[in-house]
Each structure stands twice: as C-alpha cells, then as structure tokens.
Design a protein around this ligand. Structure first.
Ligand SMILES: Nc1ncnc2c1ncn2[C@@H]1O[C@H](COP(=O)(O)OP(=O)(O)OP(=O)(O)O)[C@@H](O)[C@H]1O
Length: 597
C-alpha cells in the first residue's frame, strides 16, 4: 500500500487505508462542482449545437433538390457554427480553471499533511519521492479533474444522442454501427487497467529519481569526497531509464486504445457506406438519409475518440490519486489540538523555568525495534544546567525527542510542569521549549529568517539581544547584508560553530522556559567552544537548561549531571560527587567520551 513511500521495504504504520481513487477523485472534484458543471454544460451545449449540423446539412441538400432559396438553411448553418465554436471554447476554459482549482485544493491539503507529518513517519519515508507526489502527481490530476471527467460525460451523452438519432434514421445501419461500438467497449475494458498500472509504475520511477537526487544533495560533500559520483550517476540513470521504460509502456497502451477507437469507427464508416449504398440503390432508403447517417458517424468520431482519450487520461489521473492518497493517510500531528485534559483541568500557565520529570519511562522507536529506554526516571526543575551524559547510543537525545513529543513514551510518563506531555496542547508545549539539535540545522534563506522562524513576532530589539547573547555580533557585522544576508542551503556558508550559535539564538528568541541543547560531538575551535559554553551558562542563569553533554568543560559547570547507561539512569549528582561514586562516570570523564576542551 504505502510501501512505495518507505525508505525500507517495511510496511508503514499509516493512519488509515487509502480510499478508492475514483471516490477520491469525486471528493476533490465535488468542491469545485459549480464551475465544473457550468463549463461542462457549456461544452455539452456546444456539442449539441454541433450535432444539429448534419441535420441542417440534410436540409441544405433537400433544399438544393427542391430549388428553394438556400439563404435560410445557410444562415442557420452559420449561426450553428459560430455558437458551437464559442461554446466549445468557453466551456473547456472554465473547466480548465476548475481543474487548476482542484489541483490547488489537493496541493494545499498535501502541503498541510506533509509539514505536519509525525516525526516517526518521516523516519520511514523518502523526501524526494514526496516532492514528486506534490508536484508531478498533482499536475496529472489537473486534466482529469476537469476536462476528462466532464468531457468524458459530455462525449458519452453525445455518443448516446448520436446513436439514438442513428436508430431513428435507419435500424439496419444502426445495427452495423452498434457491433463496432460493442467491440470498442470490450477492448477498452481490457486496456484501461493496464494504462493505470503503467502510469503508477512510471510515476513511481519519477519519485525514485527524486529520492535519489535528494539523497545525493543531502550528503553532497560526502559523495564527492568518496569519489562516488559515478556510482550515484549510475543509480540515477537506472531510475531515469525505468521512468522512460514505464512511460513507454503507458504510451503503448494509450496508443492501442486510440487505434481501437479509430479503426472500428472507420470500418463502420465503410460498412455503412456499402450497406447504405445498396439500400439506396434498392430504393429502401433516401440518399439524404444515408448522407445524414454518414455525417452523423463522421461527427461521432470526435466524441468517440474524445471518450477513449478521456478514459485513458482517467487512468493516468487515478494512478496519480493512488499516489497522492498514500501521503494523505500518513499519520500527521494535530498541533491545534487542545490536548487530552478535560475542560475543567487547566494547565497552570507558568512563566519561570519549566519543570521536567521522567517517571519510569520505557520507549522504543517502533514495535519491531529494541527498547531504547528501559525505565528512565529523573527530574530537572528551576534555573540551572542539567547535563545528560553517557556512552553513545545510551538514549540521551531520545530524552529530548520525548519531551518535545516527537514520539510518545511507550510506558511511564514524561511530565512538563506536572502535566504529562501527551495531555499538553502540542502548540503550547513546544512553544515553551527552545530546542537546539546536535547538527544545528539551518534552513535556506537569510540569517534573519532563520532566527525569527520560531518567533515571528520578535522585535528588532529582541533580535539584537539574542545576536549579542549568542555571540553572533561579529558574524552579522562581517556578512555583506548583515542579518539579511543569505546563508546558503543548509547554512553552508557558516562554520559549524556559527551554525550552532544561530540555532541557539533562534531557540533563545522564543524566550523559552526550557532549553534543550544537544551539544555537537564535533570539535570546535577554542574560541567557538568558549563562546558556546558561555551562551549556555548565561541561559542557565535565567531558565532550565538540559544539555546532552559531550564535553568535560560543560559537565563540570553543570548543577546536576544525569548519567545514562543502556537506556537507564544509573546515577545523578554533581561532577565531584559522581567522580567520587560512579565508575562509569569516572571512566567517561577520564576518556574520550567526554572530550576535554
Ligand atoms: N529515529 C530513530 N529510529 C530508530 N532508532 C533510533 C532513532 N533515533 C535513535 N535511534 C536509536 O536509539 C538509540 C539511542 O539513540 P540516542 O540518539 O538517544 O542516543 P544518544 O545517547 O543520544 O547517543 P549519542 O551520544 O551518540 O548522540 C540508538 O541505538 C539509536 O540507534
């Protein structure tokens, strides 16, 4: 189902099951039904006007043979051509607008879903493929949700109208034509699902290409330093070839559908000419009726080809919906939720440092993965610095993920200000926390955009203050446009230490009641190191700071140190106490696991 979205070929724990694509298409189109219907009715009316043309032509021929004036029928014919042309242009135009509206609705829905996805879902999926779903797949929907459906329905009605007229004109010729129509119908039932499957494969191949490209650019320097360009180009080329092959396959079935529509109608044309000619010769039929029938058949070629093209396009659109729907069912967070507490129980609105309590917390990232936390308990409250230390993989960063409610604790409880994080309104919970990740991500854009993204209402004075506190004044001074300078994709124009201080400044701008800081494992130069430590200590004067510490200089200044080992808290104390009483801590302090600055 959602396997295509998964980085590994493990089934996703999606929030639901995709609905049938055709139901989904209806749900999308329904929201723009008015415009679609107006466009459809105008197109249909244009078609009907066109249908009258053969009848007027018959009138012209009859008038010719009766030597009467041609003015009246020719005027009718002219009017019919002009009105038919105008309706035929306006109707499809309105439907195209409706189609763009449908795509916009779907894109907005997808964007909302993608940005609000649960972290656990994002752990499993391939971002490049999501981009292709948002751009390429939704684009496929444009035609389908507008002209295809309405066009198909109008063509269908036109064919039915034409068939009724044929039956009225001559039953024998009607029977001949119907045999061909039956052939076309049966063959289409065979071809259509194949177009849909080939399109799904083709779009998937495009998604794979996007994923591979994203993979390369997310580790571009590593790819180059590993001289892996040829290997990566090979993988991309394979995906591009797969996209070509599946595209060709889809085109083959579409072309076959076109032939299946075209040939029988032409054969019917010849048969009608033969059978009708014989009937005219035997006097069983008027020549005007035969010409009218032939014109009708000729005229119906358009709607028949149109209907077959619509059915082919419908398959393409259904394939796109299939892929869009796979995203729609991924689990997303409800950041606007009011939390789980009953109305009467209000969360105390705190202003000072927030309190964090872990009570016997167990946690694993997924049901098929081992436990990371086996019963973690500790508390951190008031101003000051709490350092989490322990061997790599002991579960320190996971503590932050649980406080931010990126994942729910499996058992036990994580409390902030005495309230389980699961019960907090998500927006409020995250609003009181400043979080600095270990690799201190910086987003493409200007320095200012990066700083205010967590606090859009920050004033210039607030900005100046965090720039000063985070020791960024010198950096801002040397950038060509100061705060408004672009800092490159992922902040590539900044040093590691600068990126971290930008991330800290962003977190501080929120005036957090709790600061979570995942210290970088990479070495920084002495000046950066000292600057960062000072920023951290300054923040600890004002609020509760939890730091995953990798440096001895950080832990020696901490008010409290929590020692993690294999998913458990094995000791809590100050540096002096732990050096005295805890073997692991003593080893950590003495070894490379806590690097001396
Ligand atoms: N998103 C994830 N999905 C699955 N497993 C994960 C995920 N994140 C971390 N883990 C696993 O959870 C365990 C604990 O990871 P965590 O990052 O909390 O350790 P840590 O103590 O912070 O390590 P380090 O000091 O190296 O940063 C590790 O074994 C890691 O492989």
């Amino acid at each position: 189902m959602t396997d295509d979205l998964n980085a590994e070929d493990t089934p996703a724990t999606a929030a639901g099951t995709p609905r049938a694509p055709i139901t989904r298409l209806w749900a999308y189109a329904r929201q723009h039904l008015r415009l679609l219907l107006i466009g459809g009715v105008l197109s249909f009316a244009g078609g009907l006007v066109g249908l009258v043309q053969p009848l007027i032509a018959m009138d012209v021929i009859d008038t010719l043979s009766s030597n009467e004036s041609l003015t009246r029928p020719l005027l009718y014919l002219g009017a019919v051509v002009i009105v038919g042309g105008a309706l035929g242009a306006l109707g499809p135009y309105l439907m195209q607008i409706a189609g763009q509206d449908v795509v916009l609705t779907v894109r907005k829905q997808l964007i909302d879903r993608l940005v609000r996805l649960e972290v656990a879902e994002v752990d499993r999926i391939k971002p490049g493929d999501l981009v292709s779903r948002l751009s390429s797949d939704t684009n496929l929907l444009r035609t389908v949700a507008s002209t295809t459906v309405i066009g198909g329905v109008t063509d269908g009605f036109m064919i039915l109208g034409g068939i009724a007229l044929m039956a009225w004109l001559d039953l024998a010729l009607f029977g001949t034509t119907m045999a061909m129509v039956a052939f076309v119908t049966v063959t289409m039932l065979f071809i259509m699902p194949r177009i849909q499957n080939a399109t799904i494969a083709s779009q998937k191949a495009l998604g794979d290409m996007g994923s591979l490209l994203e993979r390369i650019f997310s580790a571009f320097r590593t790819v180059k330093a590993s001289s892996a360009e040829d290997h990566e180009i090979g993988r991309l080329n394979t995906a591009a070839t797969a996209a070509r092959d599946t595209g060709v396959k889809a085109s083959f079935w579409e072309a076959l559908a076109g032939v299946v529509a075209f040939l029988p109608v032409n054969i019917a044309f010849l048969l009608v000419l033969g059978v009708g000619g014989a009937r005219v010769a035997s006097g069983a039929m008027e020549v005007g009726t035969l010409i009218g029938f032939l014109l009708l058949l000729f005229y119906l070629m358009g709607p028949i080809n149109g209907l077959v093209a619509s059915l082919s396009q419908l398959q393409t659109g259904l394939a796109a919906i299939h892929r869009i729907e796979e995203v729609e069912v991924l689990a997303a967070e409800d950041s606007a939720s009011e939390g789980n507490l009953p109305e009467a129980v209000r969360i105390p609105v705190g202003t000072g440092p927030a309190q964090v309590v872990f009570e016997d917390v167990t946690f694993r990232y997924a049901e098929d993965l081992p436990y990371v936390h086996h019963g973690v308990s500790f508390e951190s409250s008031g101003r000051g610095l709490t350092a989490l230390v322990g061997p790599s993989g002991a579960g320190k960063t996971t503590v932050f993920s649980l406080i931010e409610r990126f994942y729910p604790a499996t058992t036990g409880s994580v409390k902030v200000d005495g309230v389980d994080v699961a019960d907090w309104p998500l927006g409020e919970l995250r609003g009181l926390i400043g979080y600095v990740e270990q690799d201190a991500p910086v987003l493409d854009g200007t320095l200012r955009e990066n700083l205010v993204m967590a606090s859009p209402n920050a004033t210039e004075a607030d900005l100046d203050e965090v720039v000063r506190v985070a020791r960024l004044t010198e950096l801002v001074g040397k950038l060509p446009e100061g705060l408004d300078s672009r800092i490159g994709y992922r902040g590539t124009t900044l040093s590691g230490g600068e990126r971290q201080r930008v991330a800290i400044a962003r977190a501080l701008l929120r005036k957090p009641r709790l600061l979570l800081l995942d210290e970088a494992t990479s070495q920084l130069d002495a000046a950066n190191e000292a600057a960062l430590k000072q920023v951290m200590l300054d923040a600890a004067e004002r609020t509760n700071v939890l730091v995953v510490a990798h440096r001895l200089s950080t832990v020696t200044r901490a008010d409290q140190i929590v020692v993690f080992d294999a998913g458990l808290v094995r000791a809590v104390g100050t540096h002096a106490e732990l050096v005295e009483h805890d073997d692991l801590y003593r080893d950590l302090a003495a070894s490379q696991l806590l690097t001396a600055a």
